[in-house]
Design a protein around this ligand. Structure first.
Ligand SMILES: NC(=O)c1ccc[n+]([C@@H]2O[C@H](COP(=O)([O-])OP(=O)(O)OC[C@H]3O[C@@H](n4cnc5c(N)ncnc54)[C@H](O)[C@@H]3O)[C@@H](O)[C@H]2O)c1
Length: 338
């Protein structure tokens, strides 16, 4: 490709060049590179479209030395999309750049990569922080990120034989169970009404809902449980129920949890008390690289919250781009007419 040309890759094309196994490995690699300081990854910038529309659009840039890759993911989260328009809640677009010249080189669907890498972060958290003998998994919020979290945890943490799904919508819960039955015949699937049951009875619990209020703080986590959140509005009360709280990106997580939590509390006429850095035990990447020990016994209650790190997206997008170029896939558009 000559300077000014960009490769355009649709979701189907992206899907040809990346699979679950690769995303799981690359996500772990991205988090460890982030921990080792080999990345430039500012906190995400959030554009809320409320009160005019019900959603937000996040801008997530990063550069990583591994692969010499630079890019930006833009991700929209519109919770009404499935019901109102039959569209996904979470929609991503990824732009890649030549890090030497800054010229754009690729625009690709980022929805598939977002879904898979969000699940992969749950898988990595389960691998490093859940009890060794974990056999049961609960997914609270049986939507897209809930399903990929389940898939990646089953892959990263062998030994899970039981999955329970919990969702406000009985239809989504049943769809999740039916799909799970068909795709994982060796795992038993069932549904529960109340997420608090999962906190008592299940080894690993993932919160992946689109709820606009905190759920976890109403529960009572059992000894040894590992709770992984990809979206839950964490509060001081919920964090305080655990022995340790890990997050993928501490600075960004505090910004996101405090902004989202405050907004949600104000809407319900409640006071908000900010989460602070002293509450965070450390980052997931620090456990992967051995800077922090992770779980040390079967009694600890561990909370692992993920808000997403751009390098997870860019590392996957770079692989897709290189494979597509090698195999002559995608459409080349002349953007700059140089
Ligand atoms: N951490 C990350 O990197 C990351 C990445 C992508 C998306 N997300 C977040 O994940 C969340 C889910 O995204 P998605 O694409 O899976 O959406 P989705 O619409 O496919 O799934 C969300 C599910 O949550 C259910 N739900 C809502 N309120 C609930 C409640 N109170 N109890 C139980 N279930 C409830 C909905 O019925 C729906 O099935 C979004 O809020 C998004 O911001 C996080």
């Amino acid at each position: 490709m000559k300077p000014g040309e960009i490769l355009f890759l649709s979701k189907n094309e992206v899907g040809k060049f990346i699979d679950q196994k690769e995303v799981l490995e690359l996500t772990e690699k991205a988090l460890s590179e982030f921990s080792l300081g080999n990345t430039i990854n500012p906190s995400k910038l959030v554009l809320p479209t409320n009160p005019y529309h019900n959603g937000h659009i996040n801008s997530m840039p990063s550069y990583m030395r591994f692969g010499d890759a630079a890019g930006v993911k833009v991700v929209s989260v519109y919770n009404d999309n499935p019901k109102k328009y039959g569209l996904p809640t979470t929609i991503g677009t990824i732009l890649l750049f030549d890090p030497e010249t800054g010229m754009p080189i690729c625009i690709m669907d980022g929805t598939l990569i977002t879904d898979l890498r969000t699940g992969a972060v749950s898988g990595v958290n389960a691998k490093y922080l859940a009890k060794k003998d974990s056999g049961s998994l609960a997914i609270v919020g049986a939507g897209v990120q809930g399903y990929t979290s389940m898939e990646m945890i089953l892959r990263a943490k062998p030994g899970i034989t039981e999955v329970v799904a919990c969702d406000l919508s009985p239809e989504r819960r049943e769809e999740f169970i039916a799909k799970g039955h068909a795709e994982y015949p060796n795992v038993s699937f069932s549904g529960i009404e109340d997420h608090r049951t999962a906190l008592r009875d299940t080894d690993i619990v993932v919160y992946a809902t689109s709820a606009d209020r905190p759920l976890l703080e109403n529960g009572d986590p059992a000894e040894g449980v590992t709770v992984i959140t990809v979206c839950e509005l964490l509060t001081r009360k919920s964090v305080g129920m655990f022995d340790h709280w890990y997050t993928d990106f501490a600075e960004c997580a505090l910004e996101r949890y405090n902004d989202g939590g405050k907004q949600s509390a104000e809407a319900r006429g409640l006071a908000w008390d900010d989460l602070t850095m002293d509450l965070v035990r450390g980052e997931t990447g620090d456990v992967i690289t051995g800077k922090l020990p992770g779980r040390t016994n079967n009694r600890e209650k561990i909370l692992a919250g993920a808000v997403g790190v751009s390098v997870e997206d860019v590392i996957c997008a770079e692989l897709v781009y290189k494979k597509a170029i090698d195999q002559g896939y995608g459409r080349i558009l002349d953007l700059e007419d140089l």
